[in-house]
Design a protein around this ligand. Structure first.
Ligand code: PLP
Length: 427
């Protein structure tokens, strides 16, 4: 990297990132070392325009194909009201997977008619909250839920049936969801999806208008989507006006990762649905990761550097598995950079460890950093999705703030938790 140049060739950092004249990493016109001083560490910093650009890329991909479409922000990836608001402003709809996400979407001002609700075990309370708020689609996941809806709904609700089409893309087992052996949805192979369709069509409380399938997340191949849509075609009927083909598009966590473009992902889905269901069926997608992952990074402060001669050097930072659970959950791999000396050659092999009481609390194993020292700001890019979303208070660690950056200024959209917050619910 050269001072003043963009971080060329890396899709990992937010769009428009560069190294400034001080040799510091800059995102959205903000010096990350200064951001760390102003907002403290650890902290999640997002380039707001990056998220907007990706939302627009999705919209343009559909518009250019003349498709009847709706793009749902899968809000589990970044459930904070500022993100809901941002994607509402960009004309997106939203997918919520719990009463809490529904509450946040409504609080952010989302039109209920643009809210779609998921969940493999929705409670009566959640179903009623959603239906009475006037959400657009409830995505049915089980026969128990069908029974529950028929028993409690005041009025007919538009529903889709979630189908597990029997397709298993190559990604981590924990994030594949479309295979028969899944807690989600109704299987095709075992005939339960066809039974669910029959059951919903016969119901007076359920207005079945379509199908849903989400085969998994962080997917780099496009073929599985095509196969999933073809499989769904088995259930097609006159009643099917909407096909929701889920999210799943992979992102670059490291410079070696080369995910398909948003445009090619949309192409496969639009073409697949048109071929199988006809051109008039409305297509819905639910991207999460591909809207927010690369827009965000986490900044930490180095607290100790422990060299074990002939073994390894641990660089310990002030966060860890409480702000990024993914390495421990899925063995996810990240890159790291010393933001203070972003042009220096990374020549020291280190393992970046968190501050939690678990040996497995490692953020990046065996990575090269530029001579890391106590007090440095180290960033891990591509933590914008499922980072803040899965943050927790392990070891009584307050969760970091979420800060949106744009045109050289930053604003806190979720404040840092305090020690008082940690005891606020105690009774
Ligand atoms: C039903 C559903 N839709 C959409 C998504 C978003 O997926 P991604 O973040 O991979 O785009 C998920 C994520 O797990 C999901 O379960």
């Amino acid at each position: 990297m050269v001072a003043g140049d963009p971080i060329v060739g890396s899709a990992v950092f937010p769009q428009g990132s560069r190294v400034n004249e001080e040799g510091h990493l800059e995102i959205a016109g903000c010096d990350v070392v200064e951001l760390a001083e102003e907002h403290g560490t650890p902290a999640y910093f997002y380039a707001e325009d990056d998220m907007r650009a990706r939302a627009r890329a999705y919209r343009e991909a559909f518009e250019s194909r003349g498709a009847e479409y709706e793009i749902l922000f899968a809000s589990k990836s970044l459930p904070c009201t500022a993100a809901y608001r941002l994607f509402a402003e960009e004309g997106l709809s939203v997918d919520v997977a719990s009463g809490g996400e529904l509450h946040m979407a409504l609080r952010a001002g989302f039109d209920p008619d643009r809210i779609h609700m998921h969940g493999n075990n929705k409670s009566e309370e959640e179903i009623l909250l959603a239906a009475r708020a006037g959400i657009r689609h409830l995505i049915l996941d089980s026969f128990d839920e069908i029974e529950r809806c028929e028993r409690i709904l005041d009025e007919p609700q538009k529903v889709l049936i979630r189908v597990t089409p029997g397709i298993k893309p190559s990604t981590h087992d924990y994030i594949t969801t479309g295979q028969l052996d899944s807690k989600f949805g109704f299987g095709l192979e075992d005939g339960l999806a066809a039974k669910a369709v029959e059951r919903a069509l016969a119901s007076e409380k359920l207005e079945l208008i379509g199908l849903h399938a989400h085969i998994g997340s962080q997917i780099f191949e496009l073929e599985p989507y095509k196969l999933a849509i073809q499989a769904l075609g088995e259930l097609a009927g006159d009643w099917c006006q909407v096909v929701n083909v889920g999210g799943g598009l992979g992102v670059a966590y490291t410079a070696e990762d080369e995910p398909p473009s948003i445009d090619s992902y949309v192409e496969v889905k639009v073409r697949g649905v048109a071929e199988v269901f006809g051109p008039d069926v409305r297509i819905l997608v639910e991207p999460g990761r591909s809207l927010v992952a690369n827009a965000g990074l986490t900044a930490y402060r180095v607290g100790t550097v422990k060299e074990i001669p002939g073994v390894r050097t641990y660089v310990a930072v002030d966060g860890g598995m409480s702000d990024n659970l993914r390495p421990m959950l899925y063995g996810s791999v990240y890159e790291a950079l010393v933001a203070d000396r972003a042009t220096d050659q990374p020549e020291t092999l280190v393992t970046i460890a968190g501050m939690h009481c678990e040996s497995g609390d490692v953020i990046v194993r065996d990575t090269m950093l530029a001579d890391p020292a106590v007090g440095d700001v180290v960033v891990t890019p591509a933590t914008g999705a499922y980072g803040y979303a899965m943050a927790n208070n392990y070891n009584g660690v307050p969760r970091p703030p979420v800060v949106f950056c744009r045109d050289g200024s930053s604003r806190v959209v979720v404040r840092r938790e305090t020690y008082e917050d940690l005891t606020a619910r105690d009774v």
